[in-house]
Design a protein around this ligand. Sequence first.
Ligand code: SF4
Length: 223
Amino acid sequence: MEKNREELNEIIRLLREKYPDGDKCSLTFKSPVQLLVSTILSAQCTDVRVNKVTPSLFARFPDAASLALADVSEIEELIHSCGLYRSKAANIKKCAEMIVERFDGTVPDNIDDLTKLPGTGRKTANLVIGEWFGRPAYVIDTHVKRIWHLIGITDSETPESIERDLRLLIPPEDPEASDALALSHLLITHGRNTCKAGRPDCAVCCIKEHCDHFEKKHAKRDG
Ligand code: SF4
C-alpha cells in the first residue's frame, strides 16, 4: 500500500500518543561537539549508558580544543563502560583535532563537511543538523530502515536512497519538515520497544493498521 503525507501524519500521531517523549533525542549535550561525541559513544551502546558517562568526560574535556589535546588513554578510561572504547576514544580525539585544525574549532553546519569528520557518517551528520542547527534532517539508522521496510514506505537499501524517499514525503521546504527528525526518533523508540528486530510484537503495535507487513501476515492467515 502506497503511503502519502496524510497517512504518515497519522503514523506520527499514533507513535506520539504511544511514546509521548519518544520524538526527541535522548542524549544529553550542551554543544554540537558534545552531541557529536555522545553520538560516537552511542554506537552499540544505550543512550542511558552514554548519558552516565558524558558528565565526567565533558567536565574534564568540555570542548573540541581540550579533546584535541587530550591524552587518548584518559578518554579511554572515562568512556570505558560504553564498549568499543579504544576505537571510540581514537575517533573522538581525531574528530576534535579535525574540528580545531580544519574548521577553526567550530563544528561544521553542513552534511558534506560533517561526514569528513572521523567516526561521523550520514546518520550522525543529520542528527547534528537537526538537533543542533534546527534544520530539516533525515536520520536513518537500522531501526528506522527496518521499520520503513516493514511498513512499506520504502524498499530502498542505502541510507542515501532511503533519505531521498523520505525527502519526497516530507520535503525540507514543508512547514512541518521537523516531523522527519521527530519520526526518526519515534521509529527508533518503536524499534526498541515493539517492532524489535526479528521479533516484532505486531499484536500490540499502535501502527499495525498502517503496516504492509501486518496486512500481508493477516491476508496469509485469513486466505
Ligand atoms: S505491525 Fe509489526 S511489523 Fe508492522 S510496525 Fe508494527 S510491530 Fe512492526
